[in-house]
Design a protein around this ligand. Sequence first.
Ligand SMILES: Cc1cc2nc3c(=O)[nH]c(=O)nc-3n(C[C@H](O)[C@H](O)[C@H](O)COP(=O)(O)O)c2cc1C
Length: 164
Amino acid sequence: MKTIIIYFSESGKTRIVAKTLSESLNTDLIEIKDLKKRSGFFGKVFSSVDAFRENKTEISPSNIDLSEYGLIYFGTPTWASNASPAIITLIDKCDLRGKDIVLFATMNGSGGRSAIERMSEKVQARGARVVESFTIKTKNKSVEKIEEDSLNIAKLLDLSLYNY
Ligand SMILES: Cc1cc2nc3c(=O)[nH]c(=O)nc-3n(C[C@H](O)[C@H](O)[C@H](O)COP(=O)(O)O)c2cc1C
């Protein structure tokens, strides 16, 4: 069995966290793309509405075969104190029976914990066990600072312990 980090990132911050963790923990890595147009002011407003209401979206890849993985990370930006529609859409398609899960959310300042709680409910309902979770604040932080924070969290939580 192997470990994989699956993430969505609209503006690149969650990607930095996911890549840093993947390199440091030696895991597979997959980025989920949201095919809905979300640019501009109204794009942001509708994205928040979609996240709040848990509206589904079109994603690529549309499904992932997780049969060879024992530990799965799901990473998302916080949108309207929830997980992004892309990650919620994916989780709701996955067979997670017997899987260990690590959840993480990046955010400006708050709401990441409730995003994690919602993802946690969803993965548990699909038969998985959440072994660890964390939030990372990204506002006004450089790439280097986000990388440093990610490595510090991996060390603090001893994330390598859970690796398959
Ligand atoms: C539509 C939208 C809604 C957001 N809602 C929140 C929020 O509720 N709380 C928060 O702290 N940050 C919020 N943010 C900021 C992002 O969570 C934060 O910048 C995140 O690190 C961006 O990750 P990304 O670069 O991977 O997309 C929001 C951003 C967007 C675009």
